[in-house]
Design a protein around this ligand. Structure first.
Ligand code: CAA
Length: 240
């Protein structure tokens, strides 16, 4: 039976690589996105993967978006919580908006997406919830009190929910990418980025496909004994 995967933020960056890798691995894939219509249309034209627009920060939008995906593609067997944003600023300059936007997308968004798919996974006795956290949720990062808090929260969520899903055949895991060559990292000032690369023992940024391969593994039946864990893929920058 062909399984269905839903990837949030799935039309760009790491999410796009995950969507494509899951499709190549034989899944029916739906990619959610929040804002960039042009990128989503291009992604669908190039890959044949359907895209669905809603904000993961909005619970009701998630519930109705998921219902639409389930009707058009299939019941969600694999949920990849990938959507994430940054609003970097040193804490003394960080606004309440910058704090709330990041928490609402990166942490509340994971609740908003997982909560509606959870009852179906429990009923069908199978599920994979894979959340893309970050090295900066593990180690903290100057200028990212909001982002680091949200990504650390994603790890706590993963470890708690893994215990609840276990007897229903649902695994819940996280991946902590290090610095990957995506628009998000390219938005960091060049001088700062160069100093970051200097701290990565393998001497380069990661590729989105290197994260996508971790997702395909965690989604597979082979990974059924792995739950509540975190895969760090960061070029040796930090050992959690
Ligand atoms: N450690 C210690 N001090 C630092 C520092 C650091 N890492 N970064 C900056 N500072 C210091 C500066 O030297 C400066 O000190 P002085 O005032 O004494 O000169 C002070 O902090 C303020 O720096 P700026 O004037 O540059 O402050 P700013 O408001 O213009 O910007 C910043 C600060 C937003 C944090 C900017 O440095 C930045 O963007 N840093 C990168 C943060 C980062 O790594 N983000 C990751 C994005 S990618 C991602 O999030 C994906 C993922 O999961 C990995």
């Amino acid at each position: 039976m062909t399984r269905t995967a839903l990837v949030t933020g799935g039309s760009r960056g790491i999410g796009a690589a995950i969507s494509v890798a899951l499709k190549e691995a034989g899944y029916k894939v739906a990619a959610n996105y929040a804002g960039n219509d042009e990128a989503a249309q291009k992604f669908t034209a190039e890959t044949g993967i359907r895209t669905y627009k809603w904000s993961v920060a909005d619970y009701d939008a998630c519930a109705s978006g998921i219902a639409k995906v389930e009707a058009e593609v299939g019941p969600i067997d694999v949920l990849v919580n990938n959507a994430g944003i940054t609003r970097d600023a040193p804490f003394h300059k960080m606004s309440r908006e910058q704090w709330n936007e990041v928490i609402n997308t990166n942490l509340n968004g994971v609740f908003n997406m997982t909560h509606p798919v959870w009852p179906g996974m429990r009923e069908r006795k199978f599920g994979r919830v894979i959340t893309i956290s970050s090295i900066n949720g593990q180690k903290g990062q100057f200028g990212q009190a909001n982002y680091s808090a949200s990504k650390a929260g994603d790890l706590g969520f993963t470890r708690a929910l893994a215990q609840e899903g276990a007897r229903f055949g649902i695994t819940v895991n996280a991946i902590c990418p290090g610095y990957i060559a995506t628009d998000m990292v390219m938005a960091v000032p060049e001088k700062v980025r160069e100093s970051i690369i200097a701290q990565i023992p393998v001497g380069r940024l990661g590729e989105a496909t290197e994260i996508a391969r971790c997702v395909v593994f965690l989604a597979s039946d082979d990974a059924g004994f792995i739950t509540g864990s975190t895969i760090s893929a960061n070029g040796g920058q930090y050992f959690a």
